[in-house]
Write a protein that binds this ligand. Structure first.
Ligand SMILES: Nc1ncnc2c1ncn2[C@@H]1O[C@H](COP(=O)(O)OP(=O)(O)OP(=O)(O)O)[C@@H](O)[C@H]1O
Ligand SMILES: [Mg+2]
Length: 756
């Protein structure tokens, strides 16, 4: 068979030895992904394994798609039945099927990072905490890191270790926020990204029958980019392959670049302990890059202390030296890069798609984009604001999500006053708080709104509820396209966009049409059996812009180095090679951080097949100020024999070895100290902490509740009935609680225990 003949000896071993645990840790461009791809093809074609029994986990949906296409070219359309995708997408699918076991409905909503952050922002406000101390980003990453280490909020709030850490960091309320955030997500029938992995672990831990089912389904498990799995992901794969032991992982410790998100290099070491029969395969030949690029990459990564020893060599040509481009400003940098692309295309027959421009942070794309646009070079940005992050798309998706899951708090907040219905933030807050305090679902509050809000506000909500109910009928009875079109029209969203005749308005209108087109395409796909909106929405939440179908393919790629992992391009520009930018200012405070940053540099270098450019500017706008910049220390870390200064654009005199030796010490330390002092001085407001119900708490029959009775409420604790109010249809009781003061409770919802 002809795909096998294109493999070298160890690669061949990796493909045909399909049984038992296998690990390949090898350098960039050595064919790790190729081995995984062919191993799957081999399993299907030679071993007759059913694609339903193969689970392949990749880092991006794009990588999964490419892998599937390659396998398809060998084995045919049967490859579509492989279980292949990111950890998040595969396990979201499994969680939907098993949701009931964890107390979620199968149509649970997936909160994206924006949803999570805005929920945190609300909670911080509700508890009266300082939002400069408890920034949504900081709080979310602390929660995320706990979840990825499988620490539940229950454990977090009871184990004093975490409290001590948070106290030291001047964020003593972190545990309380973790708990409140988790309860709110659960109440909204929503999982955030980390929950998808966390809950999969809970599912497999607490439901051995379910674990058993998937252990038998996935006879073969394969993981690409294994170095970037976190503890939570590792545990899932380990459990799944415990019975059959057919697990193959490939990775490169020198390319581990997600430690800041909890990826753990220890997994590579643990793997040997957890699977003692492990077969380890070494790949040493690089097929991707020229000799020069491979050598330069080796000279960089050799500076890291904590790497496994590996040999990487190539039989490819020497190729050109790395070109160093110096510019006076970020705008000039953009122009130089654009001119170079223009020239290379003209002289060497390259196409746009042969170029990639890689940068450390998304915001660097602006000056490059401007220059490319002026030169008429087609490009595409990966990452950044993706299609599904655009406001108009999120708005319509908010309606679709809410029609499916009407307890979804974040969607509710997004759409309730869109278009304007005269419902103010106070009413919205009252509704959300009522659901929480009465411990009833959001939808139940909305459908009984007259009990919670005064007349006029209630009327507006009632109209909204009627509208959503009519949408729900569509969700139940029509296909995804009919439903979504109906909702787009009748929600008033399309009309509002249509009325806006500015260019941006037209764009937004077209984007919504584009989403409807995508849904139409989904409905028209013959292989899709379940054409409901529900089914369409399932995986959408996990799509990133990188996965979007590309309209035009011959484009220059712009992306962060992080998202370039695993990819390759003939020509690569690494731009913004300046101190404080790359290495990033935030990553210079410890040796471990700097090593991670250096691995990122290694990843960037090893994306290039033929030509590589480093570019830096002497000044750049950052944080709204023009800053002077110095060339990155990383430039000097590359053996100078592999670099030449580009004299077309940069200064002729400058040599890489003479790059400014003196540097100002980064200000990280002093800033940090300033923040600490500032935080200490800002007296934190005390959060209100809800009462913990007594162990014997069960709500009593309260039809005979009378003034003077002593009661317990699950959240407000103990109190005394002050006054009964039987006016109108709603029976209410005014209760004075010991810690919360007076509250008016609706008897039809209140869960109270009569104490005496
Ligand atoms: N035996 C081979 N003969 C020819 N080309 C090969 C061979 N093995 C791999 N290649 C090619 O080398 C390039 C790198 O392979 P691949 O992407 O699988 O490497 P990798 O180890 O996964 O790299 P990375 O660490 O960057 O993910 C690809 O273009 C691939 O097609
Ligand atoms: Mg790879």
């Amino acid at each position: 068979m002809d795909y096998l003949s294109s493999l070298n000896e160890p690669q061949y071993e990796g493909v045909v030895n399909t049984e038992g645990p296998t690990m390949i840790i090898a350098g960039a461009g050595s064919g790790k992904t190729r081995v995984l791809t062919y191993r799957i093809a081999y399993l299907m074609q030679e071993k007759g394994v059913d694609p339903f029994n193969i689970l392949s986990l990749t880092f991006t949906n794009k990588a999964a798609k490419e892998m599937r296409e390659r396998i398809e070219s060998v084995v045919g359309s049967n490859a579509r039945n492989l279980w292949m995708g990111t950890f998040h997408s595969v396990f979201a699918r499994i969680l939907r099927a098993e949701a009931g076991k964890l107390g979620y409905p199968s149509n649970f909503t997936i909160y994206d990072t924006d949803d999570s952050k805005s929920l945190i922002r609300n909670i911080v406000k509700e508890y009266g905490l300082d939002d400069k101390v408890y920034k949504p980003n900081t709080v979310l990453s602390r929660i995320s890191s706990a979840k990825n280490r499988l620490i539940s909020w229950q454990e977090y709030t009871t184990n004093p270790i975490y409290k001590a850490d948070d106290d030291t960091a001047m964020k003593p309320e972190m545990g309380m926020l973790y708990k409140a955030y988790s309860l709110r997500c659960k109440k909204a029938d929503a999982m955030d990204f980390d929950d998808l992995l966390f809950n999969t672990n809970v599912l497999f831990r607490d439901h051995l029958d379910v674990l058993n089912k998937y252990q038998h389904r996935f006879r073969y498990v394969l993981v690409d980019e294994f170095q970037d799995t976190n503890v939570s992901q590792y545990l899932i794969t380990k459990k799944l392959s415990a019975v059959n032991q057919n697990i193959a992982v490939v990775g490169d410790d020198a390319q581990s670049i997600y430690a800041f998100r909890g990826a753990d290099i220890e997994n590579i070491l643990n793997f040997e302990k957890d699977f003692p029969d492990l077969k380890v395969i070494k790949l040493e030949q690089n097929y991707r890059s020229t000799q020069n690029i491979v050598n330069a990459a080796n000279s960089v990564i050799g500076r890291n202390k904590g790497q496994l020893k590996k040999t990487v060599w190539t039989a490819n040509n020497d190729g050109n030296q790395i070109e160093l481009i110096k510019s006076v400003s970020d705008n000039e940098e953009g122009r130089f890069v654009a001119s170079e692309i223009f020239e290379q295309k003209a002289n060497r027959n390259y196409k746009n798609e042969d170029f990639a421009i890689l940068y450390r942070t998304n915001s660097q794309s602006r000056s490059i984009e401007e220059a490319l646009r002026k030169s008429g070079i087609a490009y595409r940005i990966y990452g950044g604001l993706s299609f599904y992050q655009r406001k108009e798309i999120k708005d319509l998706m908010g309606y679709l999500r809410f029609a499916i899951n009407s307890n979804d708090e974040q969607s509710f907040r997004r759409i309730i006053n869109l278009p304007k219905r005269g419902i103010g933030p106070t009413s919205v807050e009252k509704i959300v708080v009522a659901a929480f305090e009465h411990d009833i679902p959001l939808w139940e509050v909305l459908t009984n709104i007259n009990s919670f809000l005064p007349g006029r506000a209630a009327n507006a909500i009632n109209d909204f509820v009627t509208l959503i109910k009519s949408f729900k009928i569509y969700v139940e009875t029509k296909d995804a396209f009919e439903t979504a079109s109906h909702i787009a029209k009748n929600s008033g969203l399309l009309k509002e966009l249509y009325a806006d005749k500015t260019i941006e308005g037209l764009n937004r209108y077209e984007n919504v049409q584009e989403l409807l087109n995508a849904i139409k395409e989904f409905v028209d796909t013959p292989e899709v059996e379940d054409k409901s909106l529900n089914n369409f929405m399932q995986d959408i939440a996990l799509l990133t812009d990188n996965d979007k179908e590309n309209e035009e393919t011959d484009v220059v790629t712009l992306m962060t180095i992080h998202s370039a992992k695993g990819l390759e391009f003939k020509n690569v520009f690494i731009v913004g090679m300046e101190e404080d930018l790359f290495p990033s200012q935030m990553m210079m405070s410890s040796r471990a951080d700097l090593e991670e940053e250096r691995r990122l540099f290694y990843v960037a270098i090893t994306r290039a097949k033929e030509n590589l450019y480093f570019s830096y500017a002497l000044s750049r706008y950052r944080y709204g100020r023009l800053l002077n910049c110095e060339p990155s220390r990383f430039i000097e870390e590359v053996d100078p024999s592999y670099i030449r200064v580009n004299t077309k654009y940069g200064s002729r005199e400058q040599k890489p070895s003479s790059l400014s030796p003196s540097r100002n010490a980064p200000e990280v330390g002093s800033n940090y100290a300033r923040n600490l002092i500032a935080n200490r001085n800002a007296a934190p407001k005390k959060p209100m902490s809800y009462h913990k119900p007594s162990d014997n708490f069960t709500p009593s029959d309260i039809s005979n509740l009378k003034e003077g009775m002593k009661v317990e409420h699950p959240k407000f604790g103990f109190g005394k009935v002050h006054k009964m109010d039987v006016e109108g249809s709603n029976k209410k009781a005014k209760v004075i609680f010991e810690s919360f003061g007076e509250k008016t409770l609706l008897l039809s919802f209140a869960k109270l225990r009569i104490v005496e």
